[in-house]
Design a protein around this ligand. Structure first.
Ligand code: BGP
Length: 498
């Protein structure tokens, strides 16, 4: 392949991705109740502490938003009311696909309701209809960190087996309703982030009897993580089954962040090399089960001598084996290094950022402060190849992008050459991966329109080709305008390459 020219397959799905909780707003409108992320992502105080409190009288958690926090996601960018104009602008780039999630709590506000909320169902009927009218294939996540809060406070979240049934009912309801409209489903956004984001990504609760316990992170138990993961695996398989029964032309995938797959041994010291493999297995654990349909052998050693092994019912392993996913959806933002004598931590760049190791001296830079995510386009080619070799499944890049701190001055178009460079460099690596033999269904840019950050709850961290005037303090008239990168992405899509 000529290094300067990249052409993509004929049916390549070009587009972008968002999530209901980061874009819609209207958090309590038309019957919707809160989901876990609605109380999680707020600016101010400790980003890890959800807005809930333990009520010693009832012995349960309840919603208690933090007065010193601003929850921008409650209004977000008001997509719920403005989606027609927004989709028009987005489609203007020539998108072939647009990914969003269904907010589970719009359909089943508590999660365990007898009947679905028709207002919620109708909203997505109209939304998907509009996407299709504009030539964009809806790519739909069933839960993008969006377990209904009631299921967590009342049932304890995904470590309770009952959630499998509630989720299956929800999946069947929406798959039946949107059969024929939605051909690409995925189950749980970045399921492997449940280790670092137990509340939002894992949808399970910290253990406590102490009403004043603020240090949630310390109250999560590893055994609960494995139990919740097992229930999510069974639920994922049942969603695949439902998809095959109810939507004959559709496929249903798993979704992971591949940033923790792009873990490089810091040196050829065997301890670094094996340690990097062990770090990758923290993600492979999820994909091995969902793509291969069985628990991997290495997990037995991790469970040995602990209380981590989840309780499984007789049929569970059969269900997992019978209904592995049809494809694997991935996000990719960054890589990291593993050095055996260096303690990896979560970066200050937000909960979604994954672990950081020792700085990689071969990478040219990072995203701006305070996020500082290393920029590593080749890491994308690396993870696509690793996952192809491991699973031989179609892959769908459903998130890749760069968050920048930018502002319109006197109404002038924002010039964002860094975003254009990031886009082109990553696309070049996607093209290389396709040439390497990876089957890539498409490429969806994360946040084609500015959204609220999942990791930090900010508006300031902007990913969009379209700017939205809303600021961290909640001010701004929400007008939309196109950035320079809008024209470049449009050009790339219309040429099916660059
Ligand atoms: C992924 C999430 C998205 C998104 C993105 C960027 O982890 O699936 O929801 O927000 O990361 O992360 P952030 O918003 O923290 O910059």
């Amino acid at each position: 392949m000529d290094k300067c020219s990249y052409t993509f397959p004929k049916d390549f799905l070009w587009g972008g991705a968002v999530a209901a909780n980061q874009i819609e707003g209207a958090w309590l409108e038309d019957g919707k109740l809160p989901n876990c992320t609605d109380v999680m992502v707020g600016i101010g105080s400790d980003g890890r502490t959800p807005g809930i409190r333990f009520n010693i009288q009832t012995g349960k958690y309840e919603m208690a938003l933090k007065p010193d926090k601003k929850y921008l996601s409650h209004e977000a960018i008001d997509f719920y009311h403005r989606y027609k104009e927004d989709l028009q602008l987005i489609a203007g780039m020539g998108f072939k696909a647009f990914r969003t999630s269904i907010s589970w709590a719009r359909i089943f506000p508590h999660g365990d309701d007898e009947t679905p909320n028709e207002a919620g169902l109708k909203f997505y009927d109209d939304l998907f209809g509009e996407m299709i009218r504009l030539g964009m294939e809806p790519v739909i996540t069933l839960s993008h960190y969006e377990t209904p809060l009631y299921l967590m406070t009342e049932y304890g979240g995904w470590s309770n087996r009952k959630l499998i049934g509630f989720f299956e009912k929800y999946a069947r309801t929406v798959m039946e309703r949107y059969s024929g409209k939605v051909n690409y489903w995925m189950t749980f956004n970045e399921i492997n982030n449940m280790r670092t984001m137990p509340f939002a990504a894992g949808g399970y609760m910290p253990e406590t009897n102490d009403p004043n316990a603020e240090d949630f992170a310390a109250n999560y138990k590893e055994c609960e993580m494995y139990q919740a993961a097992h229930h999510l695996f069974v639920a994922s398989s049942l969603a695949v089954k439902a998809c095959h029964e109810l939507c004959p032309n559709a496929i249903c995938g798993a979704m992971i962040t591949t940033s923790p797959v792009a873990v490089y041994p810091y040196s050829c010291n065997p301890d670094d090399v094996f340690g990097a493999l062990q770090a990758q297995r923290k993600t492979f654990f999820f994909t091995d089960v969902m793509c291969r349909g069985k628990y991997p052998a290495y997990i037995r050693r991790i469970w040995e001598g602990t209380d981590y092994e989840p309780v499984m019912e007789e049929n569970d392993l059969q269900i997992i084996q019978d209904y592995p996913v049809d494809y694997l959806a991935v996000s990719y933002y960054r890589s990291s290094t593993y050095k055996h004598d260096y303690a990896s931590e979560n970066s200050s760049g937000g909960l979604t950022s994954g672990g950081i190791g020792t700085v990689n001296p071969y990478l040219r830079g990072t995203t701006p402060e305070p996020w500082c995510w290393p920029i590593d386009p080749k890491g994308l080619r690396y993870v696509l190849n690793v996952l192809t070799d491991r699973y031989q499944l179609p892959l769908f890049i459903v998130e890749n992008g760069v968050g920048l701190d930018e502002q319109e001055i006197n109404g002038r178009m924002i010039e964002d050459p860094e975003r254009v460079k990031y886009l082109e460099e990553h696309l070049a690596q996607v093209a290389e991966a396709i040439h390497d033999g990876c089957h890539i269904l498409g490429y969806l840019w994360w946040g084609p329109i500015d959204v609220v950050s999942a990791g930090t709850g900010e508006m300031r961290k902007r990913y969009g080709f379209i700017y939205v005037e809303r600021f961290n303090d909640g001010s701004g008239d929400m007008h939309r305008s196109m950035k320079q990168s809008y024209a470049r992405y449009k050009e790339i899509i219309s040429n099916n390459g660059f």
